[in-house]
Design a protein around this ligand. Structure first.
Ligand SMILES: N[C@@H](CCC(=O)N[C@@H](CS)C(=O)NCC(=O)O)C(=O)O
Length: 204
Protein backbone atom coordinates (compact mmCIF):
# COMPACT_ATOMS: atom_id res chain seq x y z
CA UNK A 1 0.00 0.00 0.00
CA UNK A 2 1.81 3.07 -1.13
CA UNK A 3 -0.77 5.61 -2.19
CA UNK A 4 -3.43 5.65 0.53
CA UNK A 5 -5.76 8.48 1.48
CA UNK A 6 -8.11 8.26 4.45
CA UNK A 7 -10.96 10.77 4.65
CA UNK A 8 -11.43 11.35 8.34
CA UNK A 9 -13.43 13.38 10.85
CA UNK A 10 -12.81 13.51 14.61
CA UNK A 11 -15.04 11.35 16.86
CA UNK A 12 -16.59 9.37 14.03
CA UNK A 13 -16.36 5.85 12.65
CA UNK A 14 -13.33 7.01 10.69
CA UNK A 15 -11.39 6.44 13.94
CA UNK A 16 -11.46 2.71 13.20
CA UNK A 17 -9.43 2.66 9.95
CA UNK A 18 -7.12 5.36 11.26
CA UNK A 19 -6.42 3.24 14.34
CA UNK A 20 -5.70 0.20 12.17
CA UNK A 21 -3.31 2.15 9.93
CA UNK A 22 -1.56 3.40 13.05
CA UNK A 23 -1.28 -0.15 14.43
CA UNK A 24 0.38 -1.16 11.17
CA UNK A 25 2.61 1.88 10.94
CA UNK A 26 1.49 2.08 7.32
CA UNK A 27 2.06 5.30 5.36
CA UNK A 28 -1.16 7.16 4.57
CA UNK A 29 -2.44 10.64 3.95
CA UNK A 30 -5.07 11.80 6.42
CA UNK A 31 -7.61 14.09 4.78
CA UNK A 32 -9.46 15.87 7.57
CA UNK A 33 -13.07 16.85 7.06
CA UNK A 34 -15.08 19.04 9.39
CA UNK A 35 -18.63 17.75 9.69
CA UNK A 36 -19.57 20.99 11.46
CA UNK A 37 -18.44 22.97 8.41
CA UNK A 38 -20.21 20.57 6.03
CA UNK A 39 -17.00 19.47 4.26
CA UNK A 40 -18.52 16.01 3.79
CA UNK A 41 -21.40 17.40 1.70
CA UNK A 42 -19.26 19.38 -0.74
CA UNK A 43 -19.39 18.23 -4.37
CA UNK A 44 -15.73 17.21 -4.45
CA UNK A 45 -16.21 14.88 -1.47
CA UNK A 46 -19.52 13.52 -2.80
CA UNK A 47 -17.51 12.27 -5.75
CA UNK A 48 -15.48 10.19 -3.32
CA UNK A 49 -18.38 9.07 -1.10
CA UNK A 50 -21.82 9.54 -2.70
CA UNK A 51 -23.58 9.48 0.71
CA UNK A 52 -21.28 12.15 2.07
CA UNK A 53 -20.25 10.05 5.06
CA UNK A 54 -16.88 9.37 6.65
CA UNK A 55 -14.74 7.37 6.41
CA UNK A 56 -13.66 6.70 2.86
CA UNK A 57 -10.36 5.17 1.89
CA UNK A 58 -8.73 5.56 -1.49
CA UNK A 59 -6.14 2.86 -1.99
CA UNK A 60 -4.21 3.08 -5.26
CA UNK A 61 -7.21 4.63 -6.98
CA UNK A 62 -9.81 2.23 -5.52
CA UNK A 63 -12.31 3.82 -3.15
CA UNK A 64 -13.67 1.78 -0.23
CA UNK A 65 -16.38 3.05 2.13
CA UNK A 66 -17.85 1.60 5.36
CA UNK A 67 -15.41 1.61 8.26
CA UNK A 68 -15.55 -2.15 8.90
CA UNK A 69 -15.07 -2.95 5.21
CA UNK A 70 -12.10 -0.58 5.11
CA UNK A 71 -10.59 -2.27 8.17
CA UNK A 72 -11.05 -5.73 6.66
CA UNK A 73 -9.55 -4.54 3.38
CA UNK A 74 -6.50 -3.00 5.04
CA UNK A 75 -5.94 -6.06 7.24
CA UNK A 76 -6.03 -8.27 4.15
CA UNK A 77 -3.60 -6.00 2.30
CA UNK A 78 -1.17 -6.48 5.21
CA UNK A 79 -1.86 -10.20 5.56
CA UNK A 80 1.67 -10.91 6.80
CA UNK A 81 1.06 -8.70 9.86
CA UNK A 82 -1.57 -11.08 11.23
CA UNK A 83 -4.38 -8.61 11.91
CA UNK A 84 -6.88 -10.83 10.04
CA UNK A 85 -6.88 -14.53 10.90
CA UNK A 86 -6.40 -16.85 7.91
CA UNK A 87 -9.66 -17.60 5.99
CA UNK A 88 -11.33 -20.86 6.90
CA UNK A 89 -9.96 -21.04 10.45
CA UNK A 90 -12.02 -20.91 13.66
CA UNK A 91 -10.44 -17.53 14.46
CA UNK A 92 -11.61 -16.21 11.07
CA UNK A 93 -15.16 -17.36 11.84
CA UNK A 94 -15.05 -15.44 15.12
CA UNK A 95 -13.60 -12.45 13.22
CA UNK A 96 -16.58 -12.30 10.85
CA UNK A 97 -19.03 -12.96 13.63
CA UNK A 98 -17.91 -10.17 15.98
CA UNK A 99 -17.35 -7.63 13.23
CA UNK A 100 -20.90 -8.21 12.00
CA UNK A 101 -22.28 -8.09 15.53
CA UNK A 102 -20.48 -4.81 16.21
CA UNK A 103 -21.71 -3.19 13.01
CA UNK A 104 -25.31 -4.42 13.19
CA UNK A 105 -26.97 -5.33 16.52
CA UNK A 106 -24.50 -3.51 18.73
CA UNK A 107 -24.38 -0.31 16.68
CA UNK A 108 -28.16 -0.19 16.47
CA UNK A 109 -28.40 -0.45 20.24
CA UNK A 110 -25.66 2.07 21.02
CA UNK A 111 -26.10 4.78 18.40
CA UNK A 112 -29.37 6.49 19.43
CA UNK A 113 -28.08 7.55 22.85
CA UNK A 114 -24.61 8.29 21.47
CA UNK A 115 -26.05 10.62 18.84
CA UNK A 116 -28.34 12.27 21.37
CA UNK A 117 -25.43 12.82 23.75
CA UNK A 118 -23.05 14.36 21.22
CA UNK A 119 -24.95 15.55 18.18
CA UNK A 120 -28.53 16.08 19.33
CA UNK A 121 -30.16 19.37 20.31
CA UNK A 122 -28.31 21.07 23.15
CA UNK A 123 -31.15 20.57 25.65
CA UNK A 124 -31.17 16.77 25.19
CA UNK A 125 -27.42 16.18 25.43
CA UNK A 126 -27.28 15.68 29.19
CA UNK A 127 -29.82 12.82 28.92
CA UNK A 128 -27.37 10.37 27.35
CA UNK A 129 -28.73 6.84 27.75
CA UNK A 130 -32.05 6.06 29.39
CA UNK A 131 -32.39 3.24 31.95
CA UNK A 132 -34.17 1.17 29.28
CA UNK A 133 -31.38 1.65 26.76
CA UNK A 134 -28.76 0.72 29.32
CA UNK A 135 -30.68 -2.36 30.43
CA UNK A 136 -31.20 -3.47 26.82
CA UNK A 137 -27.49 -3.12 26.16
CA UNK A 138 -26.56 -5.18 29.23
CA UNK A 139 -28.78 -7.98 27.88
CA UNK A 140 -27.38 -7.71 24.36
CA UNK A 141 -23.82 -7.75 25.68
CA UNK A 142 -24.20 -10.91 27.78
CA UNK A 143 -22.59 -13.23 25.19
CA UNK A 144 -19.82 -10.69 24.64
CA UNK A 145 -19.22 -10.46 28.39
CA UNK A 146 -18.99 -14.26 28.59
CA UNK A 147 -16.52 -14.33 25.70
CA UNK A 148 -14.35 -11.58 27.17
CA UNK A 149 -14.14 -13.44 30.45
CA UNK A 150 -12.40 -16.24 28.50
CA UNK A 151 -10.20 -14.41 26.01
CA UNK A 152 -8.07 -11.27 25.84
CA UNK A 153 -8.84 -10.57 22.18
CA UNK A 154 -12.17 -11.16 20.51
CA UNK A 155 -11.01 -13.75 17.94
CA UNK A 156 -9.03 -15.67 20.56
CA UNK A 157 -5.34 -15.28 21.17
CA UNK A 158 -4.26 -12.44 18.92
CA UNK A 159 -5.24 -8.82 18.45
CA UNK A 160 -6.98 -8.28 15.09
CA UNK A 161 -8.99 -5.79 13.08
CA UNK A 162 -12.10 -7.27 14.74
CA UNK A 163 -10.93 -5.78 18.05
CA UNK A 164 -10.70 -2.38 16.38
CA UNK A 165 -14.20 -2.59 14.94
CA UNK A 166 -15.71 -3.89 18.16
CA UNK A 167 -13.85 -1.52 20.47
CA UNK A 168 -14.80 1.39 18.22
CA UNK A 169 -18.47 0.75 18.94
CA UNK A 170 -17.88 -0.03 22.63
CA UNK A 171 -16.09 3.31 22.92
CA UNK A 172 -19.24 5.09 21.78
CA UNK A 173 -21.18 3.13 24.39
CA UNK A 174 -18.67 4.14 27.05
CA UNK A 175 -18.60 7.85 26.27
CA UNK A 176 -22.39 7.99 26.24
CA UNK A 177 -22.62 6.23 29.62
CA UNK A 178 -23.99 2.94 28.34
CA UNK A 179 -21.35 0.44 29.48
CA UNK A 180 -22.28 0.43 33.14
CA UNK A 181 -22.82 -3.10 34.41
CA UNK A 182 -20.61 -4.63 31.70
CA UNK A 183 -17.42 -5.37 33.63
CA UNK A 184 -15.65 -7.55 31.07
CA UNK A 185 -16.40 -5.22 28.15
CA UNK A 186 -15.24 -2.25 30.22
CA UNK A 187 -11.97 -4.01 31.11
CA UNK A 188 -11.44 -5.10 27.49
CA UNK A 189 -12.12 -1.61 26.17
CA UNK A 190 -9.71 -0.09 28.68
CA UNK A 191 -7.00 -2.42 27.37
CA UNK A 192 -7.77 -1.27 23.82
CA UNK A 193 -7.74 2.40 24.82
CA UNK A 194 -4.27 1.96 26.32
CA UNK A 195 -2.82 0.90 22.96
CA UNK A 196 -0.53 3.64 21.63
CA UNK A 197 -2.09 3.35 18.15
CA UNK A 198 -5.57 3.99 19.57
CA UNK A 199 -4.28 7.02 21.41
CA UNK A 200 -2.59 8.44 18.33
CA UNK A 201 -5.66 7.82 16.17
CA UNK A 202 -8.19 9.26 18.61
CA UNK A 203 -6.22 12.33 19.73
CA UNK A 204 -7.58 14.81 17.20
N1 LIG B 1 -21.71 2.47 8.61
C1 LIG B 1 -20.89 3.59 8.19
C2 LIG B 1 -21.39 4.84 8.87
C3 LIG B 1 -20.89 6.08 8.18
C4 LIG B 1 -21.45 7.30 8.88
O1 LIG B 1 -22.68 7.43 9.02
N2 LIG B 1 -20.56 8.18 9.31
C5 LIG B 1 -21.02 9.35 10.01
C6 LIG B 1 -20.00 9.71 11.08
S1 LIG B 1 -19.81 8.41 12.27
C7 LIG B 1 -21.17 10.51 9.06
O2 LIG B 1 -20.42 10.62 8.12
N3 LIG B 1 -22.11 11.39 9.34
C8 LIG B 1 -22.31 12.56 8.56
C9 LIG B 1 -23.72 12.68 8.05
O3 LIG B 1 -24.52 11.75 8.27
O4 LIG B 1 -24.01 13.68 7.43
C10 LIG B 1 -19.43 3.32 8.57
O5 LIG B 1 -19.18 2.60 9.54
O6 LIG B 1 -18.54 3.80 7.88
Amino acid sequence: MTDVKLYYAYMTSSLRPRWLLEELGAPYELVRLSLADGDHKRPEYLEVHPHGHVPALVDEGVCVTESAAICMHIADRFQDRGLAPPPGTPARARYYEWIMFAMTSLSQAVLPAYHRAFFGPEERRAEAATEEERAALVTLLRPLEARLEQVEYITGEAFSAADIVLAGVLEWARVSGQLQGCAAATRYLEGMRQRPAFQRASAD
